[in-house]
Ligand binder design. Sequence first.
Ligand code: AVI
Length: 326
Amino acid sequence: MEATAIDLGPLRGFHDLEPAVEEFRAAVWDGLAGAQKRIPAKFFYDAEGSRLFDAICGLAEYYPTRTEIGILRRNADAIAAAIGPEATLVEFGSGSSVKIRILLDALSSLAAYVPIDISRDHLVAAARALADDYDGLAVVPVCADYSGPVVLPPGVSRHRLAGFFPGSTIGNFAPTQAAAFLKQVAALLGPGGGLLIGVDLQKDAAILNAAYNDADGVTAAFNRNLLARINRELDGDFDLDGFAHNACYNPARACIEMHLISRRHQKAAVAGRSFEFQHGETIHTEDSHKYTVDSFHALAAAAGWQAEQVWTDPDHLFSVHYLVAG
Ligand code: AVI
């Protein structure tokens, strides 16, 4: 189907399992019908959402990206030694190519790089740029929702498998979903497989609240883009100005909750169905869970992973872990 319309350029294949629009419609209909309205955070990442997220990563207030990059840079040799030679490196959500480039520069050899991402255009552009820049690197992109079951493309070496899941995206899963995802990755990579994973740490609420309420309103635009995407793809008629961005750290849940708050009583249509919003009613759009090193290790252990190494920054804002599947 559409995979045939893509010019593969230097890529070694392309596996297109992008979720269909029907899945988006069902999730939105379902999510807006409940007592607490919700839209799953994975739908943030269409082309515009991915662009806005890249902009968030460069914001002064959003410390995770630059802090994780600093940790990866300072510890690149130790990380490359943990992964070992001739590995097949599977990246779950291939957002920022800055991070993978740090690993590619440090690894002495690699069998293949398999980026998996839900946003097809973003994935293909990033994969193509890497294949152009790293001569001889086998890049095999897979367009899929990695929060569900994933299979590795045929033909890639399974001799030594390592996963890469940076950015603390694990924090966007509820803890039970995070454990299920980690179990699934352990099954995919098999006993002895490695996982390099970035995890944001619990800290002063003021730092967290600033990171998700930036002064330029980029996070607000990212949040509202969910409604814009519904208007574009599901024939919606949301008034974007009718909803305010709200993000706040909930210490009891150790989590930033992100919502869109209805500024007035209003209705909006989505693919032929009408939904009513009271003044002040919210759509819960994202949770971003924050861990301690110990609470993350407990989660990983429950999912079948052994913690081998952990690296943090001097201010203890962020952590990068190397786990091995038992
Ligand atoms: C992708 N994820 C780890 C980001 C986070 O920090 O939870 C998404 C994000 N939402 C608002 N700002 C960034």
